[in-house]
Design a binder for this molecule. Structure first.
Ligand code: NBY
Length: 805
């Protein structure tokens, strides 16, 4: 698309007049944002229609990525970049007297996700479109996204995220594509004259699922895919059934809020209904589309792939079965073959409390037909495999067990592919967590290491570095992230090395400014910016970070003129509202920040900054300014991590355990260019087997640990009487579930190593460069290409595009 500055400016002036009846010079940034959004939409409208038509007429095989979370953040700049008009628009606006950045500030973050899993889904949407792959997202249009976090007296307080308050320019409501979804009541099977059975529903309810489509614009390739999010409405025909306001409310609330937990949802009715709601609407609309192609249902897997992102959409399996059996009259065997061929599943965690299970009664009550079908899948599974395997193994792998429906078991049994999200994670799935399934279905298991959208996490968020790269290695890296490798040739080039440092410095100045504005804390851009940004979880061990900071603090107190490299420790993290331990950690970090930041003895050698409301937009500010990337989860617990990749791409040095994708980052940069510490996964498992971990012993043997831990309960850290005790007890009384004390010494040594490296300026610059140069490997473009080839069997549409252009 070729848009000139002149045309763009005229369009802005004209549209603003039409929409707000005013001269552009009088417009507020908010008004400008809305007009700009609608102008940008016209720039991709034709391609959006065309992409859709191409898929239909060419009968291209498409993937549908089902995820209960998507976390795109802001979309304006990313759309401009991908349309190739970022500079045109920025310059045009400048000439009109406005700054693009002020207008960008007006856009609300679209935060329909909790953390890594939701953000991964959005990186994949960007990469799928940018690689020209035919793929669409399918999810829920929550009225309220992830809560806004505020700190009050150091405590996390949650406020509703009213992201739709000023409307949403990017979405298109498609009333005509609405779908009826049925739930509740009773169902029984009525025999027909020809011997088949038909379900008869009594007292069930119908709700209407209305899709809202958002364009997923590919990077300068004319491909525009669709993210389809469903919203609930009560169909006119059903109005009379709702006598009480409460009844109505329960339904209307179905798509009201995103559950703010990133590990477990304890069997809540509305959550199960949410899962079925978007699955049923999505699968029904896919089958409706497939029928338009006039092909035999038995060939569905040649046209359609459905991806189940974690177990939340696992009902895709029985829902597809229901449609094929009840509405298309296929036999069980035919329906099952199609379903398994179409479905694939990604697992994102080995933490057992996060493996989703639903009580049988709840499932029967809310989704009676789903339950019948799951029972039959379970029965047939047991029947088929008990011939070959011992009874215990079958018992452990079946779907219905101990009064519960095991969703991971359903997803694995009902799909042809199960993947983990980093090499170590996949190995643990095969060898430990899902080993029983691996025995039965060895060919279904595969690894797909996560990746990130390099466009957002470098091109958009780190302009100083992006420009430097253009100058140094030309611009091909923008199309092909692997070309970042070219930077490796400059590892001995002093000019390039110091330019990298200058770009980092610039970003640090900008972050320091933001920190001053939002927290009133003054930090020096000359200090080491040490960053830990991720959800607050015991296994991610923000506590280990804090213990080390306290150690540094006591070192200073013991030796007031201690020479050390000044440090700023930056945290960004939300805790699930119901996760009281995580909230205690937040409170404690905030109180420690008060203590240290205001102690005159510290003299700016140490600062703690806990930024409020960590989200995609804040990540885009912090990551370009980071010197050190904290990836310190207990080995074996972090499935992959993705902030590790984003920070590396921006030249931060990784300080990490051998967990998740950290291992692959080490392999990519070489062990001299990363700082590794702590127990390995084998050592962690050895402790589990021997059951001989003794946190109290470590405490008793180490005066340093005693000093640091006692600060939690002796009043040294103020205002944490309750929280301090809770944390102390978690380590000593409850034997330190995540081996924080065991890894403490090793972590402190690693931090010492970071300081030494930083003091060798040139060496640090080189490590930084090597990290950037080797980050292309972690582009989500590669990841989705692997999914496309190995799992979905879909192909890019470029060949066609080239011909018709
Ligand atoms: O998925 C994360 C993993 O912890 C991280 O290591 C990985 O990089 C990332 C992408 O693969 N998992 C995650 O973010 N999980 C969730 O957000 C989540 C959300 C909801 C629920 C469970 C997990 N839930 O049960 O409601």
């Amino acid at each position: 698309m070729k848009i000139t500055k002149k045309v763009f400016k005229e369009e802005m002036i004209q549209r603003l007049k039409e929409k707000y009846a005013m001269d552009i010079s009088d417009a507020t940034p908010q008004e400008l944002f809305h007009v700009l959004g609608s102008v940008v939409k016209t720039y991709y409208a034709d391609d959006w229609v065309q992409t859709w038509k191409d898929y239909l007429t060419e009968e291209t095989k498409q993937v549908y990525y089902f995820s209960i979370e998507f976390l795109p953040g802001k979309m304006l700049k990313s759309n401009l970049l991908n349309l190739g008009i970022l500079d045109t628009v920025r310059d045009g606006l400048t000439e009109l007297g406005f700054s693009l950045d002020d207008i960008v500030d007006q856009e609300k973050d679209m935060a329909l996700g909790n953390g890594g899993l939701g953000r991964l889904a959005s990186c994949f949407m960007d990469s799928i479109a940018s690689c020209g792959l035919p793929g669409n997202g399918n999810g829920i249009r929550y009225d309220y996204g992830l809560f806004k976090q505020r700190f009050v007296d150091g405590y996390q307080v949650e406020l509703p995220d009213e992201w739709l308050n000023n409307g949403n320019v990017w979405e298109v409501r498609k009333e005509s594509k609405a779908i009826d979804v049925r739930f509740g009541g009773d169902v029984y099977m009525m025999p027909l004259a020809d011997g088949r059975l038909k379900p008869v529903y009594e007292n069930s309810r119908l709700i209407k699922a209305v899709p809202y489509d958002t364009a997923m614009v590919g990077y300068q390739n004319d491909v525009v895919n669709t993210l389809r999010l469903w919203s609930v409405e009560i169909p006119a025909s059903e109005e009379s059934k709702y006598r009480s306001l409460e009844d109505r409310r329960e339904l209307e609330d179905l798509t009201a809020v995103l559950y703010p937990d990133d590990s477990n949802e304890r069997g809540r009715r509305i959550r199960l209904l949410q899962e079925y709601f978007f699955v049923s609407a999505g699968v029904q609309s896919i089958v409706r589309y497939f029928k338009k192609l006039n092909k035999p249902l038995t060939t569905m897997s040649q046209s359609i792939a459905i991806h189940i992102n974690d177990t939340h959409p696992a009902l895709c399996v029985p829902e597809m079965m229901r449609i094929l059996l009840d509405e298309c009259d296929l036999s069980w065997e035919q329906a099952w073959e199609i379903t398994v061929k179409v479905m694939s599943y990604t697992n994102h965690t080995i933490m057992s409390e996060a493996l989703e299970k639903w009580p049988i009664e709840l499932m029967q009550d809310l989704l009676p037909r789903m339950y019948q079908i799951i029972e039959e899948i379970d029965r047939r599974f047991v029947n088929q495999y008990r011939k070959y395997y011992e009874a215990d193994l079958i018992e452990r792998t079946r779907i219905i067990r101990n009064g519960q429906v095991h969703m991971a078991n359903l997803a694995i049994i009902g799909s042809h592919s199960t993947n983990g999200v980093a090499k170590l994670h996949t190995d643990l799935l095969k060898n430990v967590v899902l080993h029983d399934f691996y025995v039965i279905f060895p060919g279904r298991f595969n690894n797909k290491t996560n990746g990130i959208a390099e466009r957002r996490w470098l091109q958009l968020s780190n302009e100083p570095l992006a420009k430097l790269l253009d100058k140094t290695i030309k611009t091909s890296w923008r199309q092909k992230p692997n070309d970042l490798h070219l930077l490796q040739n400059f590892v001995e080039d002093d000019a390039v090395l110091s330019a990298i440092e200058e770009a980092k410095y610039k970003n640090k100045v900008a972050l320091a400014q933001y920190i001053k504005e939002t927290t009133d804390i003054v930090v020096s851009p000359n200090a080491i910016f040490d960053v830990q940004i991720k959800r607050l979880h015991a296994y991610k061990r923000q506590l280990l970070n804090l213990l080390h900071i306290l150690k540094l603090y006591f070192d200073i107190k013991a030796k007031p003129d201690l020479q050390m490299e000044p440090r700023v420790f930056i945290f960004g993290a939300k805790a699930a509202p119901s996760y009281s331990y995580a909230k205690a950690i937040i409170k404690t970090i905030n109180e420690t920040a008060q203590l240290i930041n205001n102690d005159p003895d510290v003299k700016d050698r140490l600062k703690i900054v806990f930024l409020e409301n960590y989200n995609v937009t804040l990540a885009e500010r912090i990551i370009p300014a980071a010197d050190v990337s904290e990836q310190i989860s207990l080995a074996s617990k972090e499935a992959s991590g993705t902030s590790n990749m984003k920070l590396m791409l921006n030249g931060a040095v990784t300080l990490a355990t051998l967990d998740g994708a950290n291992i692959e980052i080490r392999d990519a940069v070489g062990k001299e260019n990363i700082v590794i510490f702590g127990l390995t996964e084998e050592e962690v498992y050895a402790y589990y087997h021997a059951q001989n971990y003794n946190a109290l012993g470590i405490y008793e043997d180490s005066p340093t640990i005693q000093k640091v831990l006692n600060a939690f309960i002796d009043g040294t850290i103020p205002n944490i009487q309750f929280e301090g005790q809770e944390i102390f007890d978690s380590l000593i009384k409850y034997n330190d579930e995540f081996f924080v004390l065991r890894d403490f010494d090793s972590y402190c040594l690693a931090q010492k190593r970071i300081e030494e490296l930083y003091q060798d300026k040139r060496r640090w610059q080189q490590i930084s460069l090597i990290n950037i140069a080797n980050a292309g490997k972690f582009s989500a473009d590669h990841t989705v290409e692997r999914y496309a080839e190995d799992i979905w069997q879909i192909e890019p549409v470029f060949a066609h595009k080239e011909l018709t252009r």
